[in-house]
Design a binder for this molecule. Structure first.
Ligand SMILES: *Cc1c(COP(=O)(O)O)cnc(C)c1O
Length: 465
């Protein structure tokens, strides 16, 4: 059946509502009001016996869902390390949804297979990684880590004459993992899911900046997977790749780099030095949904040896045998949204210069925030090498109080973390929409909260914008 009048109206309505949402960016509270959150009980209805009207369903989502969203697609959100979404990436997704093609292989969508293949080439180009590497467009850096570590273990075992595909892990040579003590929790999760116990994981000590200390590395040999990081989640720091990777690879280890957001620093000539030596690793993970500002469920796992990726993730079946380049053979998913298309759209519209500019501009704004905090009575704890800032007020209680007040103000949202045992405010400039004016407003807010706190006036909730 071709499109009905109802479908046209519904899609137009959805488009109108989506456009109204983006048009309202900057005008609504960054974190929803308590009323809006309370009103979410409206969704607590029983599964209807008989289907409800589609237009009314969309209306319900907009009327009660929209007011309770967090404005992450804006310029005043500095939470986690996630960015907004470029309009072209969102627009490409709109079209991809209309296609409803599974991006598993050429046979389900020649268009998706082609565009994702080009996106893969461009990602390697933008990140200055070997052009012969394999790229899987996966849901998250977490999923990418799972894939990379599975491939790493398989490869190391094979070098010891053990075919894990045939014999599994029982009786296999022991593989150990060396990971930064500041490694992201998804690494621990991926390792646990893959059957690594804490007894097989050695934590690598970090220096004052949060980088793995090469002088204090646990033993590394040809049964070791080393996991380093480009962009530590608090400080944004980079491990000393040029010192560690060649030695680890000489010892026969596999080196994986978690570059969820920080790997994009490589796209900028100004910041590439932070990642020096990173291209000699065996595998990398990087997100689109953070610094590249593509929609969520957008990440990449990259293996220098593309055949290893294709063999590890192979899912050919009698009814579905495809080429090693098929995304279903490079990712966990079989039926999958062709999530590389939004990345292609973003990269094509930005170009090499645009990606570099995004990295440099957000890093510049982060430096400005750090200077402003320093001038307002806060202590910035990191070097602000890229787009991350961690800072404290005078006491842990004051830090927590001011962070909570800022979150409740509706003018901004940033998170908190713990750095070396101390509660910190954690501010990340990852959104392409963030302007100098947004940064001024953030600093104005934090200056006011600190001054009020110094005068003994409890810092509370909403301030007039
Ligand atoms: C966000 C992040 C991850 C996890 O990425 P997901 O895409 O959310 O799974 C891993 N490592 C670092 C350094 C991160 O910032």
């Amino acid at each position: 059946m071709s499109q009905t009048a109802d479908e046209v109206l519904l899609m137009e309505d959805a488009d109108r509502r989506a456009r109204a949402y983006t048009a309202g960016i900057g005008a609504r509270p960054v974190f929803p009001t308590a009323d809006a959150v309370r009103n979410l009980v409206t969704f607590d209805e029983p599964l209807p016996d008989r289907g409800r009207d589609a237009a009314e369903t969309l209306g319900l989502l907009d009327d009660y869902g929209t007011p309770a969203t967090v404005e992450t697609n804006g310029g005043r959100y500095f939470g986690f390390v996630t960015g907004a979404t470029f309009p072209v990436a969102a627009a490409a997704e709109r079209l991809v949804l209309a296609w409803d093609n599974a991006g598993l292989a050429h046979v389900t969508s020649p268009a998706a297979a082609k565009v994702e293949a080009v996106a893969a080439r461009w990602v390697l180009d933008a990140l200055h990684l070997p052009s012969t590497a394999g790229v899987g467009f996966t849901t998250s850096a977490g999923a990418g880590t799972l894939i990379a570590v599975a491939a790493a273990r398989r490869a190391l075992l094979r070098r010891h004459g053990w075919d894990v595909d045939e014999h599994g892990l029982t009786g296999a040579p022991q593989i150990r993992v060396v990971v930064s003590e500041l490694g992201h929790v998804v690494i621990t999760k991926a390792l646990r899911v893959l059957g690594f116990g804490t007894a097989q994981i050695a934590l690598a000590r970090t220096d004052e900046f949060g980088r793995v200390d090469p002088a204090a590395l646990p033993p590394i040999d040809d049964r070791t997977i080393v996991v380093l990081q480009a962009g530590e989640v608090n400080t944004g720091e980079f491990d000393p790749f040029a010192e560690i990777i060649p030695a680890a690879r000489d010892a026969g280890a596999w080196v994986h780099v978690d570059g969820a957001f920080g790997l994009w620093a490589r796209a900028s000539a100004e910041h590439r030095h932070l990642t020096e030596g990173i291209d000699a690793a065996d595998s990398w993970t990087v997100d689109g949904h953070k610094w590249l500002n593509t929609p969520y469920d957008s990440a990449m796992v990259i293996l220098a040896d593309r055949a290893q990726l294709a063999e590890t993730m192979n899912s050919d079946a009698a009814y579905s045998s495809t080429s090693a380049d098929s995304q279903k053979n490079l990712t966990l998913e079989f039926s999958r949204r062709p999530r590389g298309i939004a990345i292609w759209a973003a990269l094509r519209t930005l170009g090499r210069d645009g990606v570099a500019d995004l990295v440099e501009r957000t890093t510049g704004l982060a430096a400005e925030i750090a200077r402003g905090l320093d001038d307002s009575g806060y202590t910035v704890l990191n070097r602000v090498v890229i787009n991350q800032i961690i800072a404290t007020a005078d006491t842990p209680e004051e830090t927590a109080r001011i962070a909570a007040a800022a979150q409740a103000s509706g003018r901004t949202w940033f998170g908190t973390s713990v750095w070396r045992g101390e509660p910190v405010m954690r501010i990340s400039v990852s959104s392409w929409r963030t302007t100098a004016a947004d940064v001024d407003d953030l600093l104005d807010l934090l200056r006011g909260l600190k001054a009020a706190s110094d005068r003994g006036v409890p810092a509370t909730g909403r301030l007039a914008p």
